[in-house]
Design a protein around this ligand. Structure first.
Ligand code: CP3
Length: 340
């Protein structure tokens, strides 16, 4: 077993494993060259290209896990919710889901093999191209984060429409969350069956909520989701924006809690207790000079105190302006500085 999978299970490792959210993307010249030829969704739907892009950071950076190249929004298509990516404003949902009648039109069942088979093919192709000791991570958006996209119609600053449904029509909210939960569970289990050795649930926008609303409107659905997942693959439960939610996220489920950079890793882990932890370097540390980047990475390693179960990652995704050299230097530094 490799060090990443060992850490997911809180077993001792010979160094701290590292991978980076958005490790395949526009900061890589090879990715930008492919993007000249294909649209982003087109790349996701072409399993040969998706597998090639997934493998890029493994050879280029020496990370300890690959994550399948796809997007959290792809599952919306089989749910009957059309979307596209705009050049400047990110994703746009064609007809936002705002009323209980809209919720009723969302598909109640998703056949992942039939409708998202291209992701599963990309997983199979990536798995056969990866070195045996580098595991492949599958992923999905979490119900809240996907619900916020479909209700708002895109990214949001205030989550006004999402909260209007949540607080104003909890029946419609719960029906939407249930449909998303079942679709996500089936999709993640299909990814594991296709060869993903761990899965990550991205609740990227969960920080829009306070703890009591999380407990009331989201946590029951998350518990249900984790109860449905194939127990053979470890699950990373990632959320950003509000560190006060981490204890509730841990109680909901997941073998690994993924934290952002808005909290101190050491005290967060002390408070959470018996769970593996992924994080949590501020991605923009990569813009600092090399010595400062290493100092900041060391601070994260010091906070983890070599406790079994630490997976080094950024507190959120890599960004297009990052330099490949700096990212590689971070991976090398974490490997060298954490060697036991
Ligand atoms: O991590 C990886 O390398 C795997 C691939 C991956 C992508 N998106 C590729 C991508 C993963 C795991 C995601 C998850 C995702 N997608 C999230 C959760 C993670 C997070 O950042 O919080 C979210 C919120 C999305 C939705 C999404 N996809 C947005 C808002 C955007 C536009 C913003 C942007 O960065 O351009 C995307 C597009 C996207 N997803 C790109 C990539 C490489 C850029 C597409 C391009 O080439 O133009």
């Amino acid at each position: 077993m490799n060090e990443f999978l060992r850490a997911c299970r809180r077993e001792a490792t010979s160094f701290t494993p590292i991978w980076l959210m958005r490790q395949a993307g526009r900061y890589q010249p090879e990715y930008r060259a492919l993007r000249q030829r294909y649209g982003f969704v087109e790349m996701c739907k072409n399993s040969d290209v998706a597998a090639e892009v997934t493998l890029l950071p493994v050879t280029q950076l020496g990370v300890d896990a690959a994550i399948i190249f796809a997007d959290i929004l792809l599952i919306l298509e089989p749910l009957g919710i059309g979307f596209h990516f705009t050049k400047d404003d990110g994703p746009k949902i064609e007809k936002p889901v705002r009323t209980s009648a809209d919720v009723d039109k969302v598909a109640a069942h998703v056949d992942s093999e039939a409708s998202l088979g291209y992701v599963l093919d990309a997983i199979r192709k990536t798995r056969s191209g990866l070195p045996a000791n580098v595991p492949l991570i599958g992923f999905s958006g979490a119900p809240f984060t996907l619900a916020s996209y479909v209700i708002e119609g895109g990214g949001s600053r205030d989550y006004m429409h999402t909260k209007a449904m949540m607080f104003g029509d909890p029946g419609a909210w719960n029906t939407l969350m249930e449909k998303l939960t079942l679709a996500i569970a089936g999709y993640l289990n299909a990814q594991v069956k296709a060869g993903a050795q761990a899965v990550q649930v991205f609740d990227s926008w969960i920080g829009a909520l306070g703890p009591s609303d999380y407990a009331q409107y989201v946590q029951p659905h998350m518990k249900k989701l984790f109860s449905l997942l194939d127990p053979s693959a470890p699950v990373i439960h990632f959320g950003t924006g509000n560190p006060a939610l981490y204890p509730l996220m841990k109680a909901a489920g997941g073998d690994v809690i993924g934290i952002d950079f808005r909290c101190e890793l050491g005290s967060t882990w002390d408070a959470l207790g018996d769970v593996a932890l992924m994080g949590n370097l501020d991605p923009y540390s990569l813009l600092a000079p090399r010595a400062e980047l290493q100092k900041r990475a060391q601070r994260v390693l010091d906070a983890a105190r070599k406790r079994p179960g630490h997976i080094f990652n950024l507190g959120h995704g890599l960004f297009p302006e990052a330099s490949v050299d700096q990212v590689r230097a971070l991976v090398d530094y974490v490997h060298e500085a954490s060697a036991r």
